[in-house]
Design a protein around this ligand. Structure first.
Ligand code: UD1
Ligand code: CA
Length: 449
């Protein structure tokens, strides 16, 4: 049965106190909306429709960049969850299959849970709702069951005291055939405490029509919705805990997992060691057997097997490390590929550069890549040796097996095998240091008399 996702993302999110639409706030560097879509992607949906409203332009721009396969529709004004779902009707008019409704602010629904809902549909339920036993049911809608049948859902605002005592709550996730879902949604009225069109009313309507509605349950943690900044921080913590567990389960070693921070797309291979206080921004892959030492920050980069990075290293977007590269303390690499076995061990900036295999970049080397307007490239050849405190003024190249003398400011290309010395010549004055010292002592003695 083909699946379509309808993702509700039109709500205001006023409790975030933010100019950014709620669903674009990020956890693990990806918007809440992407996490919600990601849950549904496990089902290989044929169609994705996102219902946008508040901040629709920003939501549409984000989707165009990160999920171009998703369609968007606008819900204006926002008259409730059933009204939101109804907006997805026209774009799905030609779709023949089941629709799963997800909320854009609910990032953790698992693939297994959605699959259990599809299984319930396959075993004969017309509508399947996702419920959970709430520790504190509060404002959630309550699921009112009769045997196996989910009879209706009552919103907390409209519930009697007996209904409020029910702990089985509505997550909001629904699965139903496309035609039935939109039929029922069209029949929903707004005669309730909020004056809204409640999606939850489709269950009572289905029961009245003699249809089968069932509940599939999941852990409350999966249905955690983000409404406030505190919720967002809690969701980030949940995401990080899961990412750490996953890295450990897949064979990485984190010596202090609670101090390592991942992004949604971080890839860590087997036998990678990650020391304490390491932060991964988006777009990082670390291959089998690499070692990331303490207090390093990586973003948009690729670390091959056998590399050692840090402590205190910063790999910025476009850093590409071949096998066995060593990047040491207080080194920053940006938009640069570092060849197999090359070393950049101390206090260096290598940006917009290519470093050949087995090259040795001395302490304090800086690629001067920016002239205030344009960026320029530096090419450093295989097995070359860049002396301590070399400034490489780009565009410039240093050839294969070439050398630069310590303290050089290199402005011209250095051919293969050549040594470039680009610094003032040393002059040595015998005995002058002692003379100057004695003079200073005499002056001081005079001054204090
Ligand atoms: C809803 C459910 C409630 C459930 C709870 C779970 C209804 C009537 N109630 O309540 O049973 O326990 O979720 O969190 O469905 N949205 C729109 N357009 C609208 C209104 C909402 O797109 O006009 C979106 C929101 O952006 C949000 C989602 O729908 O992503 C849920 O809306 P919200 O107002 O938070 O519903 P609740 O009152 O929490
Ligand atoms: Ca809500």
């Amino acid at each position: 049965m083909p699946i379509a996702l309808a993702i509700l993302a039109a709500g205001h999110g006023s409790r975030m106190h933010s100019d950014l639409p709620k669903v674009l706030h990020r956890i693990g560097h990806a918007p809440l909306l992407s996490h919600a879509i990601g849950s549904g992607l496990a089902l290989d949906p044929a169609r994705i429709v996102v219902v946008a409203g508040h901040g629709a332009e920003a939501v549409e721009a984000e989707l165009a960049a990160s999920h171009p396969e998703a369609q968007t529709v606008r819900q204006e004004p926002q008259l409730g969850t059933a009204h939101a779902v109804a907006q997805a009707g026209p774009p799905l008019a030609d779709f023949d299959g089941d629709v799963i409704v997800l909320y854009g602010d609910t990032p953790f629904v698992s693939a297994e849970t959605l699959e259990a809902m599809l299984a319930a549909r396959a075993s004969g339920a017309d509508i399947v709702m996702l419920g959970f036993e709430a520790a504190n049911p509060g404002r959630y809608g309550r699921l009112i069951t009769q045997g196996d049948q989910l009879e209706r859902i009552v919103e907390a605002k409209d519930a009697t005291p007996e209904e409020l005592a029910v702990r089985l709550c509505n997550s909001g996730v629904v699965c139903a055939p496309r035609t039935l879902l939109f039929d029922l949604v069209a029949a929903v009225g707004n005669d309730n405490a909020a004056g809204e069109y409640y999606l939850t009313d489709i269950v009572g309507l289905a029961t009245k029509r003699g249809l089968t509605a069932r509940v599939v349950t999941c852990d409350e943690a999966e249905t955690l919705g983000v409404n406030t900044r505190a919720d967002l921080a809690a969701a980030e913590a949940t995401f990080q805990t899961a990412a750490r567990t996953q890295a450990l389960n897949e064979g990485a070693m984190l010596t202090a997992p609670e101090t390592v921070f991942f992004a949604h797309d971080t890839y860590i291979g087997r036998d990678v060691v990650i020391e304490p206080n390491v932060v991964f921004g988006p777009g990082v892959t670390v291959e089998t057997g690499a070692h990331i030492r303490a207090f390093s920050h990586l973003e948009g980069c690729h670390v091959s097997g056998g590399c050692v990075v840090g402590p205190y290293a910063r790999l910025r977007p476009g850093a590409e490390l071949d096998r066995g590269v060593k990047i040491g303390n207080f080194v920053e690499i940006k938009e640069a590929s570092i060849g197999t076995g090359a070393k950049v061990n101390h206090l260096s900036y290598v940006g917009d550069a290519t470093v050949g295999p087995e090259a040795n970049i001395g302490a304090g080397t800086v690629t001067c890549n920016y002239d205030g307007v344009n960026k320029h490239r530096t090419e450093i050849g295989a097995r070359s040796f860049i002396g301590t405190n070399t400034a490489l003024v780009a565009p410039v190249s240093v050839g294969i097996e070439a050398m630069t003398a310590a303290g050089s400011v290199v402005t011209n290309d250095v051919p293969d095998g050549a040594l470039a010395v680009a610094r003032a010549k040393q002059e040595t004055k015998p005995g002058l240091a002692r003379k100057l010292h004695d003079l200073a002592l005499r002056l001081k003695a005079k001054g204090t008399n």
